[in-house]
Ligand binder design. Structure first.
Ligand code: ATP
Length: 242
């Protein structure tokens, strides 16, 4: 089954074509990365696919359903990672995830279990303001997963983390994927896309320039391409600057 089917999707803000004629398919159980520099349109694309923003034109199907107008049938089946700044203030990590769990009728015990699974058991009583960047990211991912969705969206989950925290989070994301979920993430880190994602959609100026496995994207360009930075240079004529 196709988890996501996007056709000729466009979202315009004034003069800016944030998403400009995008087609994208994600298969069930796939791990796909949307890779591009700041302002490429990754977040806007994700928000339209999640059903959080209205497209100007084009179609989006998620798990076989239209997402806009807002479709209540889709929401319990997808998990959307919050930016850490969107936590409820002054709650502990345990209270935070139990609150999310309650919204989906998930038991407190299962919520607590997720804290353990993302390695935050010892931080359960800490207020979210007191978590490190990596811990806050792991909490936000646990909140997105607490209702056991089929499809998970993560918007730059490792932004602003130190290298060790990024690698720990990569392990967590691999585990989520190996547990059978479809994962779509945005990133501006080339290395992250290359090591984590089965397929990568290279995005720039609202358009998806190429989609493929990292190895295929690199190989298809021939000998001069050694990595995704070379692929970006070839496709855009510009050096990659995240
Ligand atoms: P980043 O990596 O910096 O998050 P991105 O690839 O996610 O970038 P978007 O945030 O989707 O890119 O932005 C794409 C373009 O749309 C940018 O030019 C941005 O300035 C513009 N844009 C995004 N949101 C809005 C908005 N709400 N109103 C007007 N313009 C917007």
């Amino acid at each position: 089954m196709t988890a996501i089917r996007v056709r000729d999707l466009t979202k315009v803000y004034g003069e800016v074509r944030a998403v400009d004629g995008v087609d994208l398919d994600v298969a069930d159980g796939e791990f796909v990365g949307v890779l591009g520099p700041n302002g490429a349109g990754k977040t806007t694309l994700l928000e339209v696919v999640e059903g959080l923003r209205r497209p100007d034109s084009g179609t989006v199907e998620v798990l076989g359903e239209q997402v806009w107008p807002r479709n209540a049938a889709v929401l319990p089946r997808i998990g959307v990672q919050l930016q850490a700044s969107a936590f409820f203030e002054r709650l502990t990590a345990r209270e935070q995830i139990r609150t999310f769990a309650a919204l989906y009728d998930v038991s407190p015990a299962r919520a607590d279990d997720w804290l353990e699974r993302v390695g935050l058991g010892e931080k359960a009583a800490s207020r979210v303001e007191d978590l490190s960047g990596g811990q806050a990211q792991r909490l936000s991912i646990a909140c997105a997963l607490v209702h056991d969705p089929d499809l998970v969206f993560l918007d730059e989950p490792t932004a602003a983390l130190d290298p060790q925290a990024r690698r720990n989070l990569w392990d967590l994301l691999r585990g989520i994927h190996e547990a059978g979920r479809t994962v779509v993430l945005t990133t501006h880190y080339m290395d992250e896309a290359e090591v984590l994602c089965q397929r990568v959609a290279v995005m720039d100026a609202g358009q998806i320039l190429r989609v493929g496995t990292p190895a295929d994207l690199i190989r298809d360009l021939g000998a001069p391409a050694r990595n995704l930075e070379d692929v970006f240079l070839h496709l855009t004529g510009r050096e990659y600057r995240a």
